[in-house]
Design a protein around this ligand. Structure first.
Ligand SMILES: [Zn+2]
Length: 176
């Protein structure tokens, strides 16, 4: 299989993970980690579910991959993630020595793989990551767009019918 096809195959699985997050009411962001041509870890955003700022897809996948390989170093692995990593996750990728990251959509407001800063490729750090962006970009963007569109629709409905307890909803802040 040519490289692009392979990358799309894994990104599709990351998108499947992202959808799980969306179904549970979390911002749809998903991630897989591949080792020797096999997916060894999957993760999706569980920030609301876990009520934890650490509940990001990448952190969860890194944890699982390390457990599987019995090593905190993920030196032979490639990460596929639907949205450009935040500062925390970009930091974790560097810490885990992941050599290659493939990104779907960019995140101009919070991304740290080139949008605001590129923590994955800082010469001053002791680890640099090979980075590829824009794999199934439109599909990855659409996930988020649809999610926020639906969220706004529901918020509007709630405003029109103010019944029941005030449920906390989050909008754009979600992706940060
Ligand atoms: Zn993150």
């Amino acid at each position: 299989m040519e490289e692009q096809k392979i990358q799309e195959k894994y990104m599709k699985e990351a998108i499947r993970q992202a959808k799980k997050a969306g179904e549970a009411g979390d911002v749809p962001i998903g991630c897989v980690i591949v080792y020797e041509g096999k997916i060894i870890a999957r993760g999706y955003n569980k920030r609301n579910q876990q009520k934890s700022a650490l509940g990001h897809a990448e952190i969860s996948a890194i944890r699982k991959a390390s457990k599987k390989l019995g090593d905190w170093r993920l030196e032979e692995c490639t990460m596929y993630v639907t949205l450009e990593p935040c500062p925390m996750c970009a930091g974790a990728i560097v810490q885990a020595r992941i050599p290659e990251v493939v990104v779907g959509a960019m995140n101009p407001k919070a991304g740290c793989a080139g949008s605001i800063i590129n923590l994955l490729q800082m010469q001053q750090l002791n680890h640099q990551v090979r980075l590829q962006t824009g794999i199934l970009e439109e599909d990855c963007q659409k996930l988020l767009k649809d999610f926020f569109k639906e969220l706004r629709r529901q918020q509007k409905l709630k405003k029109e019918k103010p019944a029941g307890g005030a449920q906390k909803t989050e909008a754009a802040d979600h992706v940060r």
